[in-house]
Design a protein around this ligand. Structure first.
Ligand SMILES: *[C@@H]1O[C@H](CO)[C@@H](O)[C@H](O)[C@H]1NC(C)=O
Ligand SMILES: *[C@@H]1O[C@H](CO)[C@@H](O)[C@H](O)[C@H]1NC(C)=O
Length: 443
C-alpha cells in the first residue's frame, strides 16, 4: 500500500504503520456512512485519501486532542476527554505562552435595581417554559475529575468532512458584499449566509450581552449547510479585515459534528473570519474553566412543536479589571473565557451586539435551501411553535446588566426566515424568529 512506502521512507516505527493502515480502513468506512437520523448523505464527502493527507490530519488531531486523564462516552457517540486544565488547547496559542489561567472573573455583572413592575414580572413563572436544557453526555453519569476540563474529541472523519485541514473548525464567511451599509450589522448577502437578527445601535460602547435562547433541532438539507442561533459580540468595521467577533449559542452543523443534533458552541475571530479563531476548542484561544460543560457537545432536551419548550441562557461579558471576555451558561455556571490577549478592538469594548439565527443557503439544485432556522416555523406562530430569544440584556461600562431597549431587526428575505420583536414584563425585550427556508414564496 502507498502509505506503507511513504511511512517507511520516513522511518516511521512499525506500530505507527499499523495505526496508519487502520486509519485508512476506518476513514473509508466511517466517511461513507449514511446518517439515518437526518437522512443526510455524507458519501459525496468521501475523498481520495492520500497517506500523506492522512498523516497530516493525524498530526493535527494529536495536537488538538490532548491526553485525557479519563474518557467519558456519551450516548450520542461523542467521546469526551477529561483533560488537565493546564494541558488544554488554549495554552498552545503563541500569545498565551505565559498566560495564568484565571479561576473566576474579578466580578460578575451587577443586576440593575429593578423597577417595581419589572421585579414583579421577573418573579412570576415563565409560562410554559419547561426548563433549562443541559447536555446529552451527562446521561453517562460519570463526571470529569476536579482540575480537568471536558473536551469533545475530534475524529478523523470530523476533519475529512471539512473542505480542507485549514478550514476545519473555521467559519466560512465568503466575500464581503461591497454594497453593504457600514451602519448595519454584518449581513452579507451573496455568500449564502442568511440571517434573522436583532442588533443594538452602532457607536455604542458595550461590555457584554445576555439572552435566553430556545433550543430546537432544525433540519439541514445539505451536509455543508448549518443552522445556528447565537449571540455575536462585535468590534471593528464590518468592511475591514480586522473585525473582532465573539460568538456563542447552539448550532446544527453536519459538517462540523457528523450529525444533526443542536450543540453548544463558541466561536471567535480577530480578522473578519479569515485566519484567526475557530469554533469551540478546535484551535488555541478559548480557556475553559468548567469541568461539567463540554463545548461542542449536544444539548438535551430539545423543544418540541406545541409541547415542552427548553432553553439555554448565555452571558458573555468583559471582566472589568483583567479584560478577559467570560462566558456564563445557565443560571450561574461559568464556562471559561476568551483571554484579552487574543483581541485588538475587543481588548477595549464591543461596538455592537447581535442576537438571532443564521443559516447557509448553498442553493443546491438551483433552489433556496430547505434548511430550517430556529424551529423551522415563522416568527408569527409564537410560543411553543416558533423559536425565541428572551430577556435580551447588555452589560454597560460600569459592569451592570440591563434590559436592552433600542434594538433593530433584520432579515434578508422574510419569505424564507423572519423575526418579530416585542417587550413584556416577564420576558423583557424578546423576539421570535426563524422559518422553513424553501417554500412557494421562497423558491
Ligand atoms: C449518496 O450520494 C452518492 C454520491 O452522490 C450516491 O452514489 C449514493 O447513492 C447516495 N446514497 C444514498 C443513500 O442516498
Ligand atoms: C460511560 O463512559 C464510559 C467510559 O467511556 C463507558 O465505558 C460507559 O459504558 C459509559 N456509560 C454509559 C451509561 O453510557
Amino acid at each position: 500500500m502507498a502509505c506503507h512506502i511513504v511511512a517507511k521512507k520516513r522511518g516511521v516505527p512499525s506500530h505507527l504503520l499499523l495505526h496508519l493502515h487502520l486509519l485508512v480502513l476506518l476513514s473509508f468506512l466511517l466517511v461513507a456512512k449514511f446518517d439515518v437520523v437526518s437522512g443526510l448523505n455524507y458519501t459525496k464527502y468521501n475523498k481520495q485519501l492520500s497517506s500523506l493527507r492522512l498523516e497530516r490530519i493525524q498530526k493535527h488531531l494529536e495536537k488538538i486532542n490532548k491526553p485525557a486523564l479519563m474518557t467519558i462516552e456519551s450516548p450520542d457517540g461523542d467521546i469526551i476527554d477529561c483533560v488537565h486544565k493546564r494541558k488544554q488547547p488554549a495554552l498552545d496559542h503563541p500569545l498565551l505562552k505565559s498566560h495564568k489561567i484565571q479561576r473566576a472573573p474579578s466580578e460578575m455583572p451587577k443586576v440593575k435595581m429593578l423597577k417595581p413592575d419589572e421585579a414583579r414580572g421577573s418573579r412570576s413563572n415563565e409560562a410554559g417554559v419547561k426548563g433549562s436544557a443541559w447536555q446529552m453526555w451527562h446521561r453517562n453519569g460519570t463526571r470529569c475529575p476536579k482540575g480537568t476540563v471536558p473536551i469533545r474529541r475530534s475524529s478523523m472523519q470530523d476533519v475529512l468532512r471539512a473542505k480542507s485541514l485549514f478550514d476545519f473548525g473555521k467559519k466560512q464567511h465568503g466575500f464581503i458584499n461591497p454594497t453593504r451599509r457600514t451602519d448595519a450589522p454584518d449581513v452579507v448577502s451573496g455568500n449564502g449566509h442568511e440571517h434573522a437578527i436583532a442588533y443594538t445601535g452602532t457607536s455604542q460602547e458595550v461590555y457584554g450581552a445576555k439572552a435566553t435562547i430556545s433550543v430546537w433541532d432544525p433540519s439541514i438539507q445539505e451536509v455543508n449547510e448549518f443552522s445556528l442561533s447565537q449571540i455575536w459580540i462585535l468590534s471593528g468595521a464590518f468592511d475591514g479585515t480586522d473585525l473582532n467577533s465573539i460568538e456563542a449559542g447552539w448550532q446544527v452543523s453536519p459538517e462540523l459534528y457528523g450529525d444533526s443534533r443542536p450543540r453548544l458552541f463558541t466561536y471567535w475571530t480577530t480578522d473578519s473570519y479569515q485566519a484567526t479563531g475557530c469554533y469551540n476548542l478546535l484551535c488555541a484561544g478559548f480557556v475553559q474553566t468548567n469541568s461539567r460543560i463540554a463545548i461542542g457537545a449536544a444539548i438535551s432536551p430539545v423543544s418540541q412543536y406545541g409541547a415542552n419548550q427548553y432553553d439555554i441562557t448565555i452571558l458573555i461579558w468583559k471582566d472589568p479589571k483583567i479584560g478577559n471576555w467570560w462566558m456564563g451558561f445557565g443560571d450561574n455556571t461559568l464556562v471559561g473565557y476568551w483571554p484579552a490577549e487574543l483581541f485588538t478592538h475587543l481588548a477595549d469594548h464591543a461596538t455592537m451586539v447581535e442576537w438571532g439565527g443564521e443559516v447557509v443557503n448553498s442553493r443546491a439544485n438551483g433552489k433556496h435551501t430547505s434548511t430550517q432556522m430556529g424551529s423551522g416555523h415563522f416568527a408569527e406562530n409564537g410560543f411553543g411553535k416558533s423559536s425565541y430569544f428572551r430577556n435580551l440584556e447588555v452589560v454597560d461600562a460600569d459592569n451592570s446588566l440591563s434590559s436592552v431597549h433600542d434594538i433593530s431587526t433584520l432579515a434578508e428575505n422574510t419569505n424564507c426566515y423572519n423575526i418579530k420583536s416585542s417587550y413584556s414584563t416577564e420576558w423583557g425585550t424578546y423576539f421570535y424568529y426563524g422559518g422553513p427556508g424553501n417554500n412557494p414564496r421562497c423558491p
